[in-house]
Structure formats: C-alpha cells, structure tokens
Design a protein around this ligand. Structure first.
Ligand code: HEC
Ligand code: HEC
Length: 369
C-alpha cells in the first residue's frame, strides 16, 4: 500500500512539475520566483504520517489490515457503539436510513437484490445497496461511530462488520470474519452483482441511465405531485428551512407549518414569528431559536432523535422549581456533556448567545411545548 501511494504521489508530483514548467515557459519570472519560494515551505511527509492517512481499502481488499472478529464480539460492539443511532437490529430510521432490511436468502444466491426492482420496500437499506464488502469495512473504519470516528480497533471493525452481515442473514452466528475469508464472504453479499459499468457515468459512449425526450405536443401544463411527506412526520426534525446552509438558492420547507397548498418561493415566505408580539420587541420565540441554532437537528419535541425528546427532558426535572431547572439546563446546553441520557455526547453550544440559551432552557423547563 505504502509503495503504491508513493507512486501516486510521485505521479501527481510529475503533473505539477509539468504545469509549473509550462507556466514558466509561457509566462515570465514571477511564477518561477514564487515556485522557488514555495519550495522552502512544508516538508516531506514521514512514513508514519502517510501510514496514518493511507487507510483506504479497495474492492480487491488491497489495503485491508490483517485481523479478525467474531459475530458475538460484533454484537457487543454494535450494542455499545452503534445501536443508539442505528437501532437494535440496524432497522432504525431515526438518525439515518436503515442499515438492515429488504434482502433475502434468494438474493444471497443470485447476488441481485430483488426488492431494488419490485419496490416492495419503503426505502433502500445499506445491505440492499452495498455491492462491495470492502466499502462497508472501509466506511465503518474511517467514519463510524459518527460521533467518534476512527475509535474502533481493527478487530472491532471486523467484528461489527461480521455482526451486520449476520443480522442480514449473510453469515451464521458462529462466524469469524477475517482478512483470510473476507474475499469469500464478498461472494455472498446480496447485491454483489447489482452494479454495472454499462452506463453514461462510466462510459461516455454508453446510454445515460436517465432517458427522456422533450415533450413537443399535448404537453402537460401542470404537474401532479404523487408523493408527499406524511403530516405526522413533517416536524420530526424541526424547521428544515432554518437548518439549511445559506448557500445557493435551495431552502428547505418551513416544516413548523402545514405544507403549503401551492408553492411559495423563499423570497415570498413570511417569517414564522413575525406576529405583532415579535414586532413589538417581545421575548424571542424559543421554538424559533431552537430551530435557528440547529438544536432541532438532534432533538425532537416529542421524539428522541440523536438527543432526548425535549418533553422527556422536561419530565425528568419536573419535580424541581422551573427557574432552577432552567438555570441548570442553560449551563448544560452551553457546556455540552454526556452520560445523562446515554453515551452519545451533546457538543458544547457556547457559540449560541447566552440570552438565546436561557430562553430555550426556560421553554424546556416550563414544558409548554
Ligand atoms: C451518533 C450516531 C451514530 C452512531 C453512534 C453510529 N452511526 Fe453509523 N451513521 C450515522 C449517520 C448520521 C450516518 C450517515 C452519515 C452520512 O451519510 O454522512 C451513518 C452511516 C452509517 C453507515 C453507512 C450507511 C449507508 O448506507 O451509507 C454504516 C454502515 C454505519 N453508519 C455503521 C455504523 C456502525 C457499525 C456503528 C458503530 C460502530 C455506527 N454506525 C455508529 C450515525 C451514527
Ligand atoms: C449533535 C446533536 C446535538 C445538538 C446539535 C444539540 N444537542 Fe442537546 N443533546 C444531545 C445529546 C446526545 C444529549 C444527551 C447528553 C447526555 O446524555 O448527557 C443532549 C442533551 C440535551 C439536554 C438535556 C440536558 C440534561 O442535563 O438532561 C438539553 C436541555 C439539550 N440537549 C438542549 C439542547 C439545545 C438547546 C441545543 C441547541 C442550542 C442542543 N441541545 C443541541 C445532542 C445534541
């Protein structure tokens, strides 16, 4: 691995050299002078630094470190490190789409996931889609658990991948996944034959995977929307509109209000709390603040998301005077913390103005949601 990366780096170096040379030929001295000056900056990465960075595992398993892990150990890893977000059986749809579901013993035989074609599943799980076991291993190794990436040992990654495969019925309960048998296990992945290179993304001469033609006669003048978010799910993650990055023209719908009957462009939208009270400089609306500061990305009022439901927080402390509770919660929100509701930490919210934190804390303490 180290060797191949080295070649890659050298190749890239050669390209940069060519560009620099071409620039130097085409232009005059300033460029080459700067190139020389930059030459003094930085230093060559050490082998240890490259090794820490170079962790990719490829489809042919090049780069996979040696190791092994049993399904039973993987269950322990799953239950302590993954279950809180992905559900006991990998079925949760709360924090991310389900990891497990929608694959069958027949799919393991054919290498094609039938549910991808017959729409029998409400949505596509990871196991339905993934066609390379190396991707599952690599992704978990580099990115999971979401709140503590790269904290698993190599053997823990093997174990938890084995457990995920076991939950999907790909390997038996007593299975031990290792670098020796991972290639053979790839041969049982339900969607291993589900990918193709015969499309325009891969081959410019091939057909694009979306095909259509311009409508030239009897064209529809209006479009009927056939799928909508159900009403009960609309507010599951707070006001999506305030959680979008303010880049480009895309804004989410204001999910604190019922869906508009007709499309209202962001420019035409009225702010949610621009009532007479807000105009008169009354107390800020805590609901709006909680959305604005992205608290609702992790908290629901009535449902647990990454953090506890705000109603549950209210209930937990409802025996104490509201003013005390508000003060304590404000301190907790500012400092962040872990252990009160589980092992997922809440990041410190010190970037939120104190007055806003106080208003949200009072809202939770008073419990008038
Ligand atoms: C704090 C919540 C949290 C925890 C804990 C967590 N995950 Fe995740 N996981 C996520 C989120 C969020 C995503 C989607 C990330 C993205 O797409 O950027 C994700 C994505 C994934 C995916 C990719 C799914 C796909 O189809 O793209 C896998 C596999 C996965 N997690 C496995 C694990 C494993 C294994 C653990 C435990 C070692 C774990 N996760 C722990 C939140 C979590
Ligand atoms: C990245 C996800 C995340 C974000 C963003 C977040 N929280 Fe949390 N919050 C959590 C988690 C997880 C916990 C549980 C921590 C624990 O177990 O101690 C928590 C706990 C809490 C608690 C309970 C504290 C206690 O002592 O019982 C309150 C109140 C709270 N959050 C309010 C907020 C507010 C207000 C904001 C926005 C300013 C916010 N949170 C933003 C994840 C988040």
């Amino acid at each position: 691995m180290y060797k191949s990366v080295n070649t890659r780096v050298q190749r890239r170096g050669a390209t940069l050299w060519t560009i620099a040379t071409l620039l130097a030929i085409g232009l005059t001295s300033p460029v080459s002078a700067q190139t020389t000056a930059w030459g003094k900056l930085g230093r060559t990465a050490t082998p240890a630094e490259i090794k820490a960075w170079d962790i990719d595992v490829r489809p042919d398993f090049a780069g996979l470190p040696a190791g092994s892990g049993a399904v039973s150990k993987g269950q322990d890893v799953w239950e302590s490190r993954c279950e809180s977000c992905h559900g006991t059986f990998g079925e949760s749809n709360e924090v991310f789409t389900p990891i497990i579901g929608g694959t069958t013993a027949e799919d393991i035989k054919t290498g094609h996931v039938a549910a991808l074609r017959n729409d029998s599943q409400p949505q596509r799980s990871t196991m339905m889609k993934v066609s390379q076991l190396s991707v599952l291993w690599d992704y978990i190794n580099r990115a999971m658990p979401w709140n503590q990436p790269k904290s698993l040992s190599t053997d823990e990654v093997y174990a938890v991948v084995a457990y995920i495969l076991n939950m999907a019925g790909v390997v038996p309960n007593d299975f031990v996944l290792s670098d020796k048998n991972i290639a053979a296990t790839q041969g049982r992945l339900p969607n291993r034959n589900g990918t193709t290179l015969a499309h325009g993304m891969w081959d410019v001469a091939a057909k694009p995977d979306v095909q259509g033609s311009n409508c030239m006669t009897n064209c529809a003048t209006s479009v009927t929307i056939s799928s909508r978010l159900p009403d009960y799910a609309r507010n599951a993650h707070g006001d999506i509109a305030t959680q979008n990055r303010l880049i480009g023209s895309v804004r989410g719908a204001d999910t604190l209000r019922p869906a508009a009957k007709t499309f209202v462009s962001p420019a035409e939208r009225k702010p949610a709390t621009a009532g007479p009270a807000a105009a008169a400089g009354a107390k800020p609306d805590p609901v709006k603040l909680a959305n604005q500061h992205a608290c609702m990305a992790c908290h629901g009022v009535a449902n647990k998301v990454v953090g506890p439901a705000l109603q549950d927080v209210h209930k937990k402390y409802s025996g104490q005077p509201a003013a005390d509770v508000a003060r304590q919660l404000a301190a907790r929100i500012k400092a962040g913390g872990t252990g009160t509701w589980g092992n997922i930490p809440m990041p410190p919210q010190g970037h939120v103005p104190d007055a806003d934190i106080q208003a949200i804390a009072e809202w939770i303490a008073n419990g008038k949601f």
